[in-house]
Design a binder for this molecule. Structure first.
Ligand SMILES: NC(=O)c1ccc[n+]([C@@H]2O[C@H](COP(=O)([O-])OP(=O)(O)OC[C@H]3O[C@@H](n4cnc5c(N)ncnc54)[C@H](OP(=O)(O)O)[C@@H]3O)[C@@H](O)[C@H]2O)c1
Length: 336
């Protein structure tokens, strides 16, 4: 029986519950490929899952690792899109924090020749999420102003760049000057430290009281009043995270009605295979070719898989700017 190293935990708790163990290698089923993983990444919900505060949807692999980059080493029955040896980045239901993982053949994108596996591993989850927020949920247009919360996060650093690529303007909030500086470097036209100022006052000042056309909101409760003040009439408010809470106590619906807003809630991991396939295809056709030019993956830090606990502590510290990547196996040669 072929085995592999993988991250596991047996009970809920902090990063100290994580360990590496030898488990059976997965077998690709119909329409799936087996990847040899070179790199994977850590996402915001991973420590929440280990703590018992987030439950993955029932139909996905509940093991840690929602993305990975690697090479195709085996094709399941009926696979036609890829061949052995292809360098790919995969959006996964889970299981990527391991030496091998199976992925749906429609959820893979080619890793451009100029990109390392370490860079590629941080792309699928946050870049596909943001592409979906802007183009599937929010329908961004050139000239729009988009307010991005958590501007230094994995999703935030991707969002600034995709907003620019769409010909729109990114305005961010973040909790440290270092994150605001990075946002500006990536092309944000304005940024506000939400811990020091009322960001709605600043957004209105910047937009000469018009407000923003779209908000990418991963905060929820703690920002709702400022969001309502920041958004323009007939704006679109896209909720995709609840880091500041899920409950709203106040006249939120009055504001929604008066400003004739669109409020859109969205997520990615629970979506069905076809939705993810369509998203990967749209991203591949419209965004992937811009890496190495207008777009760049932002990597905060790289840890070997064995240091998974340190990687989890880093993301819960909230000090990361961009993605926390896990190195699983060294890539000896970068193919073109
Ligand atoms: N729905 C989906 O499909 C989907 C997919 C991917 C990610 N997400 C969501 O997107 C969000 C970001 O994920 P990520 O992996 O990119 O995050 P990340 O890299 O871990 O960054 C999160 C940052 O958010 C800021 N933050 C945390 N709590 C906050 C609060 N209460 N108020 C304001 N800012 C807060 C912190 O930065 P500061 O220093 O600026 O405070 C923190 O460093 C999460 O909510 C995640 O669940 C959703």
């Amino acid at each position: 029986m072929a085995t592999m190293k993988a991250v596991r935990y047996d009970e809920n708790g902090g990063a100290e519950k994580l360990y590496i163990t030898e488990v059976k290698q997965p077998e690709p089923g119909k329409g799936q490929v087996l990847l040899k993983v070179y790199a994977s990444a850590v996402n915001h919900v991973d420590p929440m899952q280990v703590a018992g505060n987030y439950t993955p949807p029932a139909h996905v692999d509940a093991n840690l690792g929602m993305e990975a980059a690697g090479t195709v080493v085996k094709l399941g029955p009926g696979c036609s899109k890829w061949k052995i040896g292809d360098r790919v980045a995969a959006l996964l239901g889970g299981g990527g924090n391991a030496e091998f993982v199976v992925a749906h053949e429609g959820h893979l994108m080619s890793v451009p020749g100029h990109m390392t596996m370490l860079e590629a591993a941080g792309i699928p989850e946050v870049w596909l999420t943001v592409y979906k927020l802007l183009h599937f949920a929010g329908h961004v247009k050139a000239g729009d102003r988009v307010l991005i919360h958590a501007g230094g996060s994995g999703t935030g650093t991707a969002a600034i760049q995709l907003v620019r690529l769409a010909g729109a303007e990114a305005i961010v909030t973040a909790g440290t000057q270092a994150k605001l500086d990075m946002a500006q470097e990536l092309g944000a036209v304005a940024g506000f430290n939400y811990k020091q100022v009322d960001f709605a006052d600043k957004v209105l000042e910047y937009t000469q009281n018009k407000g923003v056309d779209m908000i990418l909101d991963c905060i929820g409760s703690s920002f709702w009043e400022q969001n309502l003040r920041s958004i323009a009439v007939e704006g679109t408010w896209v909720v995709y995270g609840l880091m500041g809470g899920a409950y709203v106590n106040g006249p939120a619906l009055r504001g929604l009605m008066r400003k004739r807003l669109q409020l859109v809630g969205t997520n990615l991991r629970p979506r069905n295979d076809q939705y993810k396939t369509d998203l990967v295809q749209a991203f591949t056709e419209n965004a992937l070719l811009h890496f190495g030019k207008e777009l760049k993956p932002i990597t905060d830090s790289v840890f070997p898989l064995e240091e998974i606990a340190i990687a989890h502590r880093r993301i819960t510290s909230q000090e990361n700017i961009g993605k926390i990547v896990l190195s699983v196996c060294e890539e000896k040669q970068i193919a073109d």
